[in-house]
Design a protein around this ligand. Structure first.
Ligand code: HEM
Ligand code: HEM
Length: 179
């Protein structure tokens, strides 16, 4: 493996986590705006399961650091790109964690297709929060981080396209395993 090649683990985890995040963000906004209640349990279950990919990837990154850029870049651009990549990674952790705190402490419960992780808290036929403060903070965090992360992902994809189409360097091809 030369210095520029990315390992299969890096590429596989990038695309698996990336596609999972994009799908869950789209489903999240869709179900909230169209009140598609049937999608809630699916979104929640897949969101929890996503941690099985997200956690090993975050640990791998913290241990190994980010890959070195393939293209020549100014120090400022390098810092910006590193900052953005760490924020993307942080976003992949904060979304499922805030979602779980939101549903768990809100009393809505969490299950993975029938396997109950946290029971619903129903009193007199109504869902009652287990901890109102954590519920409200986590609910707002899930929404706000969702918006901020979406904007960052748009910029991230824009940067990948710019590297490929304008700078004509190997950045995108390397993540696709072609360089
Ligand atoms: C990678 C993981 C996840 C991503 C990217 C994600 C993304 C989103 C997004 C973008 C929304 C729409 C927010 C809004 O319009 O205010 C949303 C809503 C929601 N998410 Fe997630 N989510 C994830 C994991 C989870 C998990 C693990 C749970 C719970 C166990 C969860 C529970 C919810 C609920 C209940 C809503 C509806 C919020 C409402 O009605 O106001 N999410 N999610
Ligand atoms: C179509 C969508 C996407 C494209 C085309 C894309 C493209 C790329 C490329 C080309 C790199 C390599 C950058 C370099 O060499 O410095 C990269 C790295 C990275 N991307 Fe994406 N990406 C996409 C989606 C996402 C999403 C949704 C996330 C997370 C929410 C994400 C998180 C990251 C992170 C953390 C890195 C740093 C390297 C790593 O940890 O694997 N990407 N991306």
């Amino acid at each position: 493996m030369n210095q520029h090649t990315l390992s299969t683990t890096t590429r596989l985890l990038h695309w698996l986590v990336g596609l999972t995040m994009l799908s869950l963000i789209m489903v999240g906004f869709y179900m909230v705006n169209l009140e598609a209640w049937a999608l809630y349990p699916i979104h929640k279950a897949l969101g929890v399961l996503a941690l099985l990919l997200i956690l090993p990837r975050a640990i791998y990154r913290v241990k190994r650091g980010l890959p070195k850029p393939v293209a020549e870049m100014s120090v400022t651009m390098q810092k910006l790109s590193h900052g953005a990549h760490w924020l993307l990674l942080l976003g992949t952790l904060l979304m499922p964690i805030s979602g779980m705190l939101y549903s768990g402490f809100g009393g809505y419960g969490i299950d993975i297709f029938g396997l109950i992780l946290v029971h619903e808290n129903i009193v007199n036929d109504e869902v009652v929060a287990i901890n109102e403060l954590i519920f409200v903070i986590a609910k707002n965090a899930h929404s706000l981080i969702g918006y901020a992360l979406s904007a960052l992902i748009v910029a991230h994809i824009g940067a990948a396209i710019k590297h490929h189409a304008i700078d004509k360097d190997e950045t995108l091809r390397r993540m696709l395993g072609k360089a």
